[in-house]
Write a protein that binds this ligand. Sequence first.
Ligand code: FPP
Length: 246
Amino acid sequence: MAYKDQVDLLKIPKHVAIIMDGNGRWAKGRGKLRVFGHHSGVTSVRDVVEASVEIGMGYLTLYAFSAENWNRPRLEVTAIMELLINTMQKEISMFTKNNVRLNLIGNLEMLPPKYYDQWQTALEQTSGNNGLTLTLAISYGSRLELINAAKKIAGRVKTGDLKIDDIDETVVGESLYTAGIPDPELLIRTSGEYRISNFLLWQIAYAELYFSTKLWPDFRREDLFDAIIDYQKRERRFGMTSDQLN
Ligand code: FPP
């Protein structure tokens, strides 16, 4: 049986989020500069996007650059910024062929204007697609996202648009960068680190967590399928008992 056939296509998570980690270590292990690891990570991104399309996933969110990553050496920051936008521009035809819509979340005001404009163009070029939504988290930090949401909600209360008693999970969800995107059912982190690193803190409240020891540039579609097969074996109880679910 082909590996993909072990995935139950009737139980595909609608939304998978991935913390792509380990590029630097992958490069260092080969005596190369960290940037080499980021470049090699592009192959994994392409493979995982194509595999997600193949199994009919609705949403894939990749943690590409955190708000804290701005503190890395300037050369590395510039290299990642260039790599991200250049890769997306190169992949537009693959996105169109596969009906992939590109989306960005994060504190985009931090992006240098040159990149901001290029991203807007890339987003527009795929805006008509309605298959997989590929969201890249760039300059993203979950605490900042929550602070912004609190400000938005407070603003609505102040203008009388919203009553305090009407603030609920839906209102908070709609105030996040991820408004309109269902919460991820599965969160994968590569590189053997067991951390969430300020990623989608609200949205992963009930996500299943999967940690792979592979470094991101070694991660391939089979590893994504492994994670999904593992997810499909789990019982998601949402606070209920097993008996209640059955
Ligand atoms: C984390 O590894 C990775 C990043 C900060 C950059 C992610 C970028 C890519 C995978 C490039 C391609 C992505 C797209 C969407 C085209 P790290 O540098 O923290 O690795 P380390 O923990 O080993 O130092």
